[in-house]
Design a protein around this ligand. Structure first.
Ligand code: MLT
Ligand code: MN
Length: 309
């Protein structure tokens, strides 16, 4: 079996262009500039058999994302979807709002950590996912399991979830809980996704490279990694926000503590940035920052990009 991966959406929350962004990147993307490709919000799909697909994160752009990718179109009968299962890596809006698109009584298995399942339980709007059709399943940490369909058929795709440095979802921050806003390990996870002896890592949100994480990723064949910001204060410098990357729970791409430097000694064979914020200059194919990232061996994901292992 091969592992087929589709980049469903490659931008961070807000997408590119973001609805209210009038800065250069978003303006170029809106004008059809080929060096500023529009990107939808963060999600990937993976299949072991090319027939049944598991969606990793459900973005607010999901309806358009499904329409844009023939792999995800209905194939059989009057009502059908190749999407059989959904796995969430956190409770952020850009990763859960698309669940609302998946109503209409389609059988799905929905996997998330206890902390993220709690968000779904506490927000009754998610009950539009009819429990007679959508089964919510607790995603264990540090245990590999086979993703299965709602009816319990194995998909041939194996997943291991592990906690990564991160932050609780913005709308769940507890300012009284101290500098980490009440963040718990199950709030942000990375995933090892495997099939038939091939494995990849999907880590769309990560606050820093820890020793543990580095050891896990060492020598990996493929890592999709948090490319939210080029530099920690980029939104402040650009005058478009007041938060640093650190405050948002995202490692920067550049700099001595950045992901390019952190991956340098790890010997990862293929490195792809995902979840890029609209302020990140690596989104622009003709930027100096894009050239630096590519020279360091990184690819910049785009919507519809396909990878096989
Ligand atoms: C993030 O990745 O930091 C969040 O998606 C931000 C947000 O909730 O908009
Ligand atoms: Mn996000």
């Amino acid at each position: 079996m091969v592992l087929r991966l589709l980049i469903v959406g490659s931008a961070a929350g807000g997408g590119f262009p973001q609805w209210n962004s009038n800065d250069e990147g978003s303006r170029r993307a809106r004008s059809g500039d080929p060096n500023a490709l529009p990107r939808s919000q963060s999600s990937i799909a993976v299949s072991a058999d090319g027939r049944r697909w598991t969606l990793f994160n459900a973005s607010p752009d999901l309806r358009q994302q499904i329409n844009a990718n023939p792999q995800l179109h209905p194939q059989d009968g009057k009502r059908h979807s190749p999407l059989t299962s959904v796995v969430l890596t956190n409770g952020d809006v850009d990763h859960v709002a698309g669940l609302l698109t998946l109503r209409e009584s389609h059988p799905l298995a929905l996997y998330a950590t206890d902390r993220v399942l709690q968000v779904l339980r506490e927000n009754s709007i998610f009950n539009v996912l009819n429990p007679n059709f959508v089964e919510r399943r607790k995603l264990p940490l540090d245990t590999e399991f086979e993703v299965s369909t709602r009816d319990g058929d194995g998909t041939g795709l194996f997943v291991e979830a592990f906690a990564v440095p991160g932050k609780v979802a913005l709308y769940r921050e507890d300012v009284a809980a101290g500098p980490d806003f009440g963040t718990q390990p199950e709030d942000t996870i990375g995933l090892k996704i495997s099939s038939g002896g091939s494995s990849l890592f999907y880590i769309p949100g990560c606050a820093r490279m820890s020793e543990d994480l580095g050891e896990r990723l060492r020598g990996a064949a493929l890592v999709l990694f948090d490319g939210t910001l080029w530099r920690d204060d980029e939104m402040i410098v650009a005058g478009v926000g007041s938060k640093t990357g650190k405050r948002m729970g995202h490692i920067s791409v550049s700099g001595p503590d950045g992901s390019i430097a952190a991956f340098e000694p790890l010997g990862v064979k293929r490195k792809v940035f995902v979840h890029m914020n609209n302020s990140n200059p690596i989104l622009l194919a003709d930027s100096a920052e894009r050239a630096i990232a590519e020279k360091a061996g990184w690819e910049i994901a785009f919507d519809g990009m396909e990878l096989t292992l």
